[in-house]
Design a protein around this ligand. Sequence first.
Ligand code: NAD
Ligand code: DAU
Length: 358
Amino acid sequence: MKILVTGGAGFIGSAVIRHLLAATDHHVVNVDKLTYAADLRSLGTPEASGRYSFEQIDICDAPAIRAAFERHAPDAIMHLAAESHVDRSIDGPGEFVRTNILGTYVLLDAALAYWRGLEPERASAFRFHHISTDEVFGELDATGLFTEETPYDPSSPYSASKASSDHLVRAWHRTYKLPTVVSNCSNNYGPYQFPEKLIPLTILNCLAGKPLPVYGTGTNVRDWLFVEDHATALVRVLTEGKVGESYNIGGNSERTNIAVVETICRTMDRLHPRAGGAPHAELITFVRDRPGHDFRYAIDASKIKRELGFEPSVDFDTGLERTVAWYLANEDWWRPLVERQYGGERLGLSGVRETAKK
Ligand code: NAD
Ligand code: DAU
């Protein structure tokens, strides 16, 4: 297949493209605007495969997107391009509405026109795979799991924009019969993650001897999936998923945030001890909570296991050790980002009144 991947210079998109080029024969067209979160270095040397091309396009640019469909004639779309950071969505929701909702609409519109022009065999094999998040389901209390039937109840501007885009994708299937499939995944971690997210931020702050900010009491729970396992799952959903369906993807690895940060601290104590030998955990600092902070996410991943045979291959402790080791060995990747793009300052509190806190 020729697969048009949007957001292929981001954290998950780059893992998907690395996987497609290394483990399959598919051709890849990477469509990415190259926002602050993008880094083409995360792809290595994809041109060497002879099966890769890159288009710097904003997915909201309808003529450019239509032209890309015409030029490349893809067999499938994997749509990952998005604004992805919850805290930034609190500071500036407009860009999330634009890219995540309008951008998805522009892609659907172009895909539909293109799909209608395909001859029947290619049209029935065509897929539009929308990559989404478990955050669309809102928050859980201490028990329960998100299934594919859980009603949508998003809390943040980010998750509301992703929920909107999921609804648009479903509507384009139900109304126009575009062959779509949706997947909703839990928190990813691993190499090449932009250092605004909890795990890379904690690792790099440990290295810099800076405070490790833990929001609220640190008891919020997330489910963690190694990014390379997510890439494998996504290709499975694209190639074997049933049209019109959605699939939850998870890591079976629920952890409180404080447990995640403490595990990183212990790993750093072993792999990169502080001068004088003081434990990294001394740097843990509880800070003001994220407004609208969802308490717990947890995934019932039985459908993708039962129907598509996918299970994570990397457990959380192994994946976290690999991730810490990767950041220790790849300063040349993260140093320019920390110096030029984002230095670790607190995000997500601007414009929120004290009384609006949860
Ligand atoms: P990311 O922020 O690392 O990368 C996003 C990529 O999209 C970047 O390369 C960026 O340049 C590109 N992009 C942004 N706006 C664009 C636009 N208007 N036009 C074209 N390209 C644009 O994100 P990520 O963490 O890799 O997430 C990828 C997708 O997976 C997102 O849709 C996200 O909602 C979803 N997701 C992420 C996680 C997670 O834990 N990171 C979990 C579940 C689902
Ligand atoms: O659940 C899937 C989602 O996971 C994806 O859809 C999002 O794109 C992705 O960013 C991620 O969202 P989270 O908000 O869960 O990830 P983040 O790394 O920002 O935060 C993880 C948890 O850690 C969350 O409960 C907030 C907390 N946190 C985060 C940061 C950045 C802290 O305690 N301190 C921090 O400094």
